[in-house]
Design a protein around this ligand. Structure first.
Ligand code: AQP
Length: 331
């Protein structure tokens, strides 16, 4: 059976981008067709300036939202990365496989490093090495497929390179995984700056739809989305990025196709109105289930306990094999 691994970083409140680019497909498709593991990758949240209490709060909220989005712990494994030590154990071996040059080329390192410097903060070493930890997250489970938004493609490519290199040097140990992307909305853009990704850790939330925003807040953010010059509704990612983003979001919500939908609208206002309503309806059940689950912390704890136990059992044999293959004495 196909093995799937994917994760979500508790660096902010989850967004419509996280939902359309990842969560929804995990819940609607992936958990049924594969042996899937979904993790709140909390160690990755420590790579930038962070507040410990906030990371804890956001980690719990992310797990609760994953369940609210429809992940069923009977069908898939839901867990928190830091509960399974094998990720960090394997990460060190992969650091001994990677080069600093290939890590310095990572776009997220360049962008987040520049952002930290601009804010007068130093760049944590873990920001440079975090794609290696992500490779360990994936390779520890013999993962075949990594369903992610387009922003993560480069990291999955690095994971593939490290797996191939390790296998060539030390003998076949890891499955070489591939990234998969949703058919539409693989990259939801910020509503106030449609040339950059809707990212949960951006300071200004005006262009970001959070999954737990009230319906009226969602409507307001979408109605105020930055649009492009001209009046005609056209699907043109380069020339009209704001309108293209709204069409992609509407298509992802309604199951349509962005180019065809464009023909159905005569004004930007009408497109915004329908997009806002479609998003509100899409998120309504998630918000309702989240409210119910958030009041049952015992259930969430139990899901995480069982999830970590199952994940450990799956990761340990492969990580132990990697330790032996690379030249370390068996315990
Ligand atoms: N805007 C997006 N469009 C489509 N997919 C997206 N994803 C994130 N943003 C978008 C996908 O969501 C999954 C989890 O992402 P993550 O938590 O690992 O972090 P990220 O990709 O770095 O996302 P953020 O929200 O932008 O976080 P920050 O701001 O902290 O960097 C991934 O599959 C991702 O592709």
């Amino acid at each position: 059976m196909t093995r799937i691994f994917s994760g979500i970083k508790p660096t902010g409140h989850l967004t419509l981008g996280n939902y359309l680019g990842a969560l929804r497909r995990w819940a609607e498709v992936d958990q049924y067709r594969a042996d899937a593991l979904f993790s709140v990758v909390d160690l990755h949240a420590l790579t930038v300036e962070h507040d410990p209490a906030r990371v804890r709060r956001l980690s719990r909220q992310a797990v609760t939202l994953m369940l609210a989005a429809g992940l069923d712990p009977e069908l898939c494994t839901v867990f928190v990365q830091s509960h399974v030590d094998e990720h960090v154990r394997l990460s060190y071996l992969l650091e001994c496989t990677a080069t600093d040059g290939e890590l310095r080329r990572m776009i997220q390192f360049k962008e987040k490093g520049a952002h930290a410097r601009a804010a007068g903060q130093s760049v944590r070493l873990s920001l440079l090495t975090y794609p290696v930890l992500m490779a360990a997250d994936i390779l520890a489970y013999g993962t075949d497929e990594v369903p992610v938004g387009e922003d993560q493609t480069q990291h999955v490519e690095l994971t593939r390179d490290l797996a191939v290199r390790f296998n060539q040097r030390y003998g076949h140990t890891f499955t070489v995984p591939k990234a998969t992307h949703p058919p539409v909305a693989a990259r939801v853009m910020d509503l106030q700056d449609p040339t950059s990704k809707m990212g949960k850790s951006h300071e200004s939330g005006a262009g970001i739809v959070y999954l737990l925003d009230d319906a009226d807040v969602v409507r307001k953010k979408i109605m105020r989305a930055v649009t492009d010059s001209g009046l005609q509704v056209e699907y043109d990612r380069e020339g009209k990025p704001g309108i293209a983003n709204l069409l992609e979001v509407l298509a992802a919500c309604s199951g349509g196709n962005p180019s065809e939908l464009a023909g159905a609208y005569e004004s930007y206002g009408a497109l915004k109105k329908d997009t806002a309503e479609a998003v509100v309806e899409l998120l309504r059940p998630v918000r309702e289930r989240h409210a119910r689950l958030a009041s049952d912390s015992g259930h969430v704890e139990e899901v995480l306990r069982k999830g970590a136990e199952r994940a450990r059992g799956m990761a340990r044999p492969r990580v132990d094999a990697a330790y032996r293959a690379i030249g370390l004495l068996p315990r």
